[in-house]
Design a protein around this ligand. Structure first.
Ligand SMILES: Cc1cc2nc3c(=O)[nH]c(=O)nc-3n(C[C@H](O)[C@H](O)[C@H](O)COP(=O)(O)O)c2cc1C
Length: 114
């Protein structure tokens, strides 16, 4: 067992956020293969989530077989990060992960587009 704050996880292996890959079908396949418990979404723009942008909502799409789930947020406005985290908690998301500057080109491009 692995304790992460209030979460009691069945495994100490996690699915890291992989922009462009860690969507719902991918996470379900990884869960089916076994060994992980907490999985994470692609990075999601906090403001887009607050604006209920279609792409942002698609990135956080989940179901009962995809639990527990962490959503990774990125943004540069502290209040938006806070409000988006509160929104995710309200939606039943188990954990919020904060993107601290993933160096892969795709991550940089997504943030530059912000
Ligand atoms: C294609 C790709 C996309 C990634 N996207 C993210 C991301 O959205 N957020 C993040 O924090 N890290 C991202 N990462 C970093 C990974 O989550 C992971 O931390 C990194 O690959 C190091 O893990 P490893 O040592 O097991 O490879 C990405 C990495 C790759 C290769």
């Amino acid at each position: 067992m692995f304790r992460l704050g209030p979460l009691e996880l069945q495994s100490n292996l996690f699915l890291s956020p992989l922009a462009g890959y860690t969507n719902l079908p991918f996470r379900l396949v990884i869960r089916e293969v076994g060994g992980v418990d907490l999985c994470t979404t692609d990075l999601v723009n906090a403001r887009s989530l607050l604006e209920e942008n279609r792409k942002a909502l698609k990135l956080i799409e989940t179901n009962e077989r995809d639990q527990p789930l962490a959503v990774q947020l990125f943004g540069s406005v502290p209040e938006e990060m806070r409000d988006a985290a509160v929104d995710l908690e309200r939606r039943g998301i188990a954990s919020v992960d904060i993107n601290m500057g993933c160096p892969v080109r795709k991550g940089r491009r997504l943030r530059d587009d912000d």
